[in-house]
Design a protein around this ligand. Sequence first.
Ligand code: SF4
Length: 364
Amino acid sequence: MIDPWGSANLEYMDLIEKFGVRPFSEVLDDVPEPSWLMRRGIVFGHRDYDRILEAIRSGSDFAVVTGMMPSGRMHIGHKMIVDQLRWYDKLGAEIFIPIADMEAYSARGIDFETSRRIAIEEYIAGYIALGLDLTKDNIHVYLQSENLMVEDLAYVLAGKVNFNELRAIYGFTGSTSMAHMYAPIIQVADILHPQLEELGGPRPTVVPVGPDQDPHIRLTRDIAGRFREKYGFILPSSTYHRFMGGLTGGKMSSSRPKSAIFLSDTPEEAEEKIRNAKTGGRETLKEQRELGGVPEDCIIYETLLYHMSGSDPELEEIYESCRNGTLMCGECKNNTAEFIRKFFEELSRKRKKALSTAGRVLEG
Ligand code: SF4
């Protein structure tokens, strides 16, 4: 019964069973010094991760690609991507971070100038504040609309993709715009272009994504296979992470401000949001003592699971004390609110500093 990491994964098992994604637990023991996101089951699935492990073990070259969609405010749920990138950066991976301004235009109607501003002020500043040095030589951040290598590759790849295929994957209809239809091919090119000769040639590549992005991964792998002879592509690997829930139940989303803590929130706002968050506690203290709480259904616990990076035993203790009714929600919330306030005090300082340099990242 006691499984501090695994219980919330059940809803994702479908993806594993239906589409051939493998459980990450199968390879976890082979990962040298796995990240806490891996250890805690937040990264729950993979395709062909063995290739990446082989590259890590042998110290050979591999790439990581993960995009950012500049369409709203960056929230604490997005931090998980940065945490994964920091882990790969330490291993010496070459990291590509496309800013999906073409997709933001085709799917959300956001013009390129606005995308650029949002990318700089929200995401690039946020990534830097969270500890990823975007000025390093092994890290490449670019706007899709300004990367000619990606655009040229997308056009070539599109030569072997037809409407029926995209309709089957994405549900496109006769009234879908051409721009919208083309956006997935740009993403495929984002993922495959690190393997072009100009950038060093074929190499293992991993794409950390949420489960909703798996259709893009399947399409990319299919297309990579069609162009294997021309470019020698190695099918990209992927990992799948679960999403942090919203503070008020449901999903955490930039479009529902009360559901999320934004990186631009003040420490006081962040603390207040935690104090108002939904818990998995019982109606009364008496019931909580008798029955214990339900950490699997508690955003406070989830906040610690995703963001208390250091100590697994400390987190396990919180889980067990909650389950056995010795920890009450008031105390638990207080501690978590304090933890988040301190985290945001530091983050706000770093973010302010990062805002003054973030624009330069796109000039390099
Ligand atoms: Fe959540 Fe903590 Fe209450 Fe348990 S004790 S339900 S982990 S707030």
